[in-house]
Design a protein around this ligand. Structure first.
Ligand code: C5P
Length: 227
């Protein structure tokens, strides 16, 4: 099944402690978001890539896209204040398609196997998201005192890509916007409509480049792939 991917890329460098959009930071001389784009450029099932970008960064991002020979970028939408706004702007801009994948441009190490499973599952059931089992013990606390140790067997760390039938996600995103609901991922918007969201087990390599030490992990992952 072919799919369209929507990549929110309109964030900042705040948690990365960078003075520019962290996606423009380089790992071994190549901007982070180009690694992400290359995964989809090379996936034969990916029909089109759409990017949500800040208005004043569009020119530099477009230049990189051209310089690195990324041919599947079919359009850009203007990013918003929140990631959810950026994703919605993109969803409203893309031509309707069967399955749409939403993926953080800041996660360059997504495995092709996970993308394929997500697309299949979303086609079958409507909604599927990438996740890995929680490794650490998780506790709740109030005022610095533990109130509960949560059963880890039921906990997942949620990543992107998140894959959906296009109409389903568009409706959920527009309903959330209308009702002033702000979620932390796309799945939440679908869950609140009472629809099931399926998990596809992903890899721990699919880290989001968020804080400075993530760049160290990123370089280590790239090194390990050279061997
Ligand atoms: O900040 P964080 O790393 O969680 O953002 C995840 C992804 O969403 C990044 O690729 C970032 O560029 C994007 N984003 C966006 N619009 C925003 C905030 C984040 O497109 N307003």
């Amino acid at each position: 099944m072919n799919y369209t991917v929507v990549l929110p890329a309109a964030g900042s460098g705040k948690r990365m402690k960078a003075d520019k959009n962290k996606l423009l930071l380089e790992l071994f001389g190549k901007p982070i978001f180009i690694y992400t784009l290359e995964v989809f450029e090379q996936d034969p099932q990916c029909e089109a890539i759409w990017l949500a970008v800040k208005a004043d960064e569009r020119a530099i991002i477009e230049r990189y896209v051209n310089d690195y020979g990324i041919t599947k970028v079919k359009g850009y939408a203007q990013g918003g204040m929140e990631r959810q706004d950026s994703v919605r702007a993109c969803l409203e801009a893309v031509p309707p398609c069967g399955v749409v994948l939403v993926h953080d441009a800041a996660r360059p190490f997504i495995a092709s196997r996970v993308i394929a499973e997500l697309v299949n599952e979303a086609e079958k059931t409507g909604a599927a998201i990438a996740a890995v089992p929680v490794k650490d013990t998780i506790k709740k606390a109030a005022g610095g005192i533990i109130t509960e140790t949560v059963d880890r067997a039921q906990l997942w760390m949620i990543q992107t890509p998140q894959a959906f039938r296009y109409e389903l996600l568009l409706n959920a995103a527009q309903a959330a916007h209308k009702e002033g609901f702000l979620g932390t991922d796309e799945a939440m918007l679908v869950e609140r409509m009472g629809l099931p969201v399926h998990i596809v087990e992903s890899t721990y390599e699919n880290v989001k480049m968020t804080t400075p030490e993530d760049l160290i992990y990123g370089k280590a992952i790239l090194e390990s792939r050279k061997q």
